[in-house]
Design a protein around this ligand. Structure first.
Ligand SMILES: [Zn+2]
Length: 100
């Protein structure tokens, strides 16, 4: 798996956990969570660092700040909620640094 698809998979798992527990959804995400996930996916795919080097640095240190502040806060909230629930999964370490 590429870095891109691994990141997207991790993010979608986190959004799923968050939505299930917070918004009591079952198999599908609510509209709000689905849209934040689409947004994040698009940003990950657009990331110029990934395209140039195939290796994405921490978004926190990234100078571009491609995430809108509001969306960024939203993702951080989701990560803070779902992160600890995913500690046993390896890819989490990879994703956690992204939005810290
Ligand atoms: Zn939701």
């Amino acid at each position: 798996m590429t870095n891109i698809s691994r990141e997207i998979e991790t993010v979608s798992k986190m959004v799923k956990i968050y939505c299930t527990k917070k918004h009591f959804t079952k198999s599908n995400l609510c509209e709000q969570c689905a849209s934040i996930l689409r947004y994040t996916e698009a940003k990950i795919k657009e990331c110029p660092h990934l395209q140039e080097t195939g290796n994405k640095p921490s978004c926190r240190r990234c100078k571009i700040h491609c995430f809108e502040l509001e969306k960024r806060a939203e993702i951080k909230k989701i990560m803070a909620f779902s992160g600890p629930k995913m500690l046993w999964r390896a890819p989490i370490d990879y994703a956690r640094h992204l939005f810290r």
